[in-house]
Design a protein around this ligand. Structure first.
Ligand SMILES: [Zn+2]
Length: 241
């Protein structure tokens, strides 16, 4: 995780709706391999019981991710970050690296990263672009067969939350992008940011009627609404200006 050197004034909270528009939906039930249920790949207990199945699922998703490209929305956030002197902190529930590939500098992955693995012996996290098997050795301690996907599974603590709450307490703008605004913890983030005096804006394919109060809400394709909003915010009519 890379944190900005100064506290960010803009927080972009992103989720599955953003990744889905880029063609990556690792946990959509409709895209699960035949016979596999989400609970088979989303808990520490599932990994203990059937590591081969769990490794195989994430190996497949890793290969799919490497074939995907960031969307216009990912690129707009990165362009805004560059124009606004690194004021943007991306807080994402997504496990892909599409924000980083688009060029965003400060990204907190609260639910882990598909392109990383954690060693169960030395606990170190390392980059992983190829398959993890029962024979794969940890690049740090050298022990083989003890790597797990660096994914926050059900029942495990989200990552980087202290930094997220610190940033929320002083941000000026919270963008809620492709993540349901009416469910926790997003609802709480919106309330916290509003209390701190920040403007809150939601960009989602569909807007839920039970969302907390937001200053602005934009329905429709995020790849269309976010670039338009980011350009307006940056005061440019195109990123080439
Ligand atoms: Zn190790």
């Amino acid at each position: 995780m890379t944190l900005p050197s100064k506290l960010p004034s803009i927080i972009a909270l992103t989720g599955g709706g953003l990744a889905r528009e880029a063609g990556f939906a690792p946990f959509d039930p409709a895209t699960l391999p035949t016979g596999l249920r989400l609970e088979d790949v989303l808990t520490p207990d599932a990994f203990r019981r059937n590591p081969t199945t769990v490794r195989g699922f994430y190996n497949r998703r890793r290969r799919e991710l490497l074939a995907c490209q960031p969307s216009a929305a990912h690129e707009a956030l990165a362009a805004l970050d560059a124009l606004r002197s690194r004021e943007v902190l991306v807080v994402t529930r997504n496990i892909d690296d599409l924000h980083e590939r688009a060029g965003s500098q400060a990204v907190i992955h609260t639910h882990g990263e598909l392109l990383k693995a954690q060693c169960l012996i030395c606990t170190k996290v390392s980059e992983r672009y190829d398959d993890i098997t029962a024979e794969t050795a940890c690049p740090v301690c050298g022990n083989a067969g003890h790597l797990r996907p660096h994914i926050v599974w059900v029942g495990e603590e989200p990552l980087g939350m202290a930094a997220v709450y610190q940033a929320l307490a002083q941000c000026r703008l919270l963008l809620v992008i492709g993540i349901p605004s009416h469910t926790e913890p997003v609802r709480g983030f919106i309330v916290d940011a509003t209390r701190a005096g920040a403007r809150t804006v939601e960009l989602n394919a569909e807007l839920h009627p039970d969302a907390p109060q937001l200053a602005e809400r934009f329905p429709g394709s995020i790849a269309e609404t976010l670039p338009a909003y980011a350009r307006k915010l940056a005061g440019v009519t195109s990123w080439a200006d």
